[in-house]
Ligand binder design. Structure first.
Ligand code: EZ4
Ligand code: CO
Length: 402
């Protein structure tokens, strides 16, 4: 079996998606998600100019060797752009493998360990009252786990609080907008928010919260400690992960579970975090973390340290990514939870999906491979539109963390 060609499909049904389609001499093709929010064209260029020419003629069944060809074989390693490309290639090859063997991807990576995938919903409001109303709605809809984000008094626009009440989208058209941030206001506010929410929703609902890397290790330690009475399922990205040792300080002061790494892109970003048991959940998704091939290794290492999956799954990850995550989560023993945000309806005109939501859980059907298809005619109706994630500045203008 040979790879005969590959192409990159860029479309924007409400938001930008980059999809890699790999063709073979046996008529089977595979799809991979290469979307990197706000940096889409950089991945397109890397795929088109460097990866696709090297893929043509290779045997698509050799997922392990091809992965290493693009990772070990390339002098300039790692980085979000090249890892997004490698992840898309790997996903497309596993899609081909499943289609060739006429079986869903989960059967190739361990079979079913469960019959559904627990997801968490996104709840965000401008103030605690509105946030609680939306939390009640999510619980009524059957969600067992909800991520709570809320506007912070004194901060004009807090990241993660959606402008559109139905869909969550942090990127805005054009160049990056500037948002403002004040950590002390945030730290003073969040424990009160969670007290209110926990008292109102009771003990049986899982509550999650995303810090989006806005704290220093000692600030994050304070927050994780002060949130202990409200029994969070996890506190996400409490600090920027560049300094893995920084997580030691949080662990030392708190038993709030920690999830980290939606911006990570290799297992090397996790080695200290895993082997010192500084975290509880892996956020790095299939689409940015090296695909199925690499994430299997990361989650295997994590399994020895009681660390579970909790993959990124915001709307900037395409349905191909979400389906790939679902196969992974169905198969792996150390499954934790999956992030889920419904895509805008027009996304489903372009992508034909093989999963559905029922009472806070996602179910996947038995389509072979990853099992999502793309309607290219429909994709062509939605041309790329530049959009960017915001940059953050303190109120005095100092550029701040992501
Ligand atoms: O900032 O998906 O956990 N989810 C998040 C998201 C991410 C965006 C980045 O593209 O943190 O809001
Ligand atoms: Co996040």
């Amino acid at each position: 079996m040979k790879i005969t060609n590959a192409k990159v499909i860029v479309c924007s049904p409400g938001r930008n998606f980059v999809t890699l389609k790999i063709f073979t001499n046996e008529g089977i093709y595979g799809l991979g998600d290469a979307t990197l929010n706000g940096m889409e064209k950089a991945v397109v260029s890397f795929l088109e100019n460097y990866c696709i020419p090297a893929l043509i003629g290779q045997d698509p069944r050799n997922t392990e060797d091809i992965w290493h060809y693009f990772y070990r074989g390339i002098y300039w390693k790692r980085g979000s752009v090249s890892m997004a490309a490698i992840s898309a290639i790997d996903m497309a090859l596993w899609d081909i493998k499943g289609k060739m063997l006429k079986t869903p991807l989960y059967n190739l990576i361990g079979g079913k360990s469960r019959d559904r995938v627990l997801v968490y919903a996104h709840v965000n409001g401008n103030d605690p009252g509105e946030t609680l109303e939306k939390a009640d709605k999510a619980i009524e809809a059957g969600y067992e786990a909800i991520r709570i984000q809320c506007g912070v008094p004194g901060i004009s626009h807090a990241y993660g609080v959606s402008k559109d009440s139905r869909f969550y989208e942090p990127a805005e058209k054009g160049l990056p907008p500037v948002q403002h941030w004040d950590t002390s206001k945030y730290l003073n506010f969040v424990p009160h928010l969670f007290e209110k929410i926990r008292v109102a929703v009771g003990d049986s609902i899982h509550l999650l919260h995303d810090v989006h890397h806005r704290c220093t290790p000692i600030e994050a330690a304070r927050l994780a400690h002060e949130l202990e009475p409200y029994h969070l399922f996890w506190l996400e990205d409490p600090v920027s992960g560049e300094l893995q040792e920084g997580l030691r300080l949080i662990r030392k002061h708190s038993h709030t579970p920690i999830a980290i790494g939606e911006v990570f892109n290799t297992g090397y970003d996790y080695t200290t975090l895993i082997t010192e048991q500084l975290i509880d959940f892996i956020r790095m998704p299939v689409s940015h973390g090296g695909g199925i091939t690499h994430l299997q290794k990361v989650m295997a290492l994590a399994s020895f340290y009681h660390i579970q999956t909790g993959f990124h799954g915001a709307t900037d990850l395409s349905p191909v990514s979400l389906a790939a995550s679902l196969h992974f989560n169905m198969a792996v023993n150390n499954f934790g939870i999956q992030e889920y945000m419904p895509h805008n309806e027009i996304v489903n005109e372009v992508f034909k999906v093989n999963y559905h939501l029922e009472k806070g859980n996602l179910y996947i059907n038995d389509n072979p491979g990853i099992g999502v298809d793309i309607d290219e005619e429909s994709a062509a109706k939605f041309p790329y539109a530049k959009a960017s994630l915001p940059v953050n500045r303190k109120t005095d203008g100092t550029l701040f963390y992501w």
